[in-house]
Design a binder for this molecule. Structure first.
Ligand SMILES: [Zn+2]
Length: 298
């Protein structure tokens, strides 16, 4: 009661969170690129199980970081918006805006904000689901199969079909390079999605368990695709019994930002996408795609 949402601080936290999630996907991608770089194109098929182990370990590590970061972010935004602190993993007695900012700053590695040390009133419930390690491992295995193992098998078949004299050296090298590049891009895009889902899916589920949460909106990266811009332009999605899945895609760095007060404030980009949608005036998704790419290019 009587608490005014600290909108400017919240928007700073939201921007820092989106960048930190994007950085987790990037560090995962770098790790995957390094694992691939250690193998010659002709050795990839024989090294699949090592590559898969490296892939799974990198997903696990970065997704765990995303999970911890996202809990800290959720708790911070909730406190800035309502003046109350929520229990669950990482909760410490006597938590204040100062201590919540400190936790968040240390997980993002940047000092984005600070606050008073006055302990906040506590909602003791724990709305945060535990990490679903089994499901995550299954998704990582499935992603690896689609993005890496299947491509390797296809490449091996093509190589066998070609015979030894079909390509000269330069062509052959370019072909192998392109193959390795496709493993790198495909594996990092889909894996980066799993990494960010460690936190993104968690927040989406937590909303449903937290009576204090009203819904969420989509915070995009600096250069979102037409689909994500459209979703962000819709503003807040109030939660219901059947809140639809978040709908991230490979190479997407959009995040779910929880809201706890009708007085929430959207980032400027979301308002810009709403205006763009109104100016567009309706049409098919394909029309919107054309309109969006024309409008954002100029
Ligand atoms: Zn996106």
């Amino acid at each position: 009661m009587g608490w005014t949402p600290r909108s400017a601080e919240i928007l700073r936290a939201v921007a820092a969170y989106q960048l930190a999630q994007e950085a987790l996907a990037a560090s995962f991608a770098a790790r995957w690129a390094k694992a691939l770089a250690a193998v010659e194109a002709r050795e990839v098929a024989g090294s699949l199980s090592e590559l898969e182990a490296a892939y799974a370990a990198a997903v696990r590590e970065s997704a765990a970081a995303s999970y911890a970061l996202s809990i800290s972010f959720y708790r911070l935004v909730r406190a800035l918006e309502t003046g109350r602190v929520i229990g669950g993993p990482g909760y410490r007695p006597g938590a204040s805006l100062g201590s919540l900012w400190q936790d968040f700053n240390s997980l993002t590695g940047k000092r984005t904000g600070s606050g008073p040390r006055t302990p906040l009133p506590v909602d003791t419930r724990n709305p945060f689901p535990a990490e679903d390690l089994k499901r995550e491992a299954e998704r990582a295995a499935e992603t690896f199969r689609h993005q890496v193992a299947d491509r390797v098998a296809k490449h091996e078949r093509e190589r066998a079909g070609r015979g030894s004299a079909a390509l000269d050296d330069a062509e052959l090298m370019a072909w192998e390079r392109e193959f390795l590049e496709s493993l790198k891009t495909g594996g990092s895009g889909a894996g980066g999605m799993l990494v960010q889902d460690g936190g993104r899916d968690m927040i989406h589920t937590t909303l449903q368990n937290d009576p204090g949460a009203l819904g969420y909106y989509r915070k995009t990266d600096a250069n979102p695709c037409y689909f994500c811009a459209l979703m962000a332009g819709r503003g807040a999605i109030y939660k219901s019994k059947r809140t639809a899945a978040f709908g991230a895609h490979p190479h997407c760095h959009c995040q779910a930002v929880p809201i706890f007060s009708r007085r929430y404030q959207l980032p400027a980009a979301n308002d810009r996408f709403s205006r763009m949608w109104r100016d567009f005036g309706g049409g098919s998704l394909a029309d919107w795609r054309t309109y969006y790419s024309k409008t954002t290019k100029t």
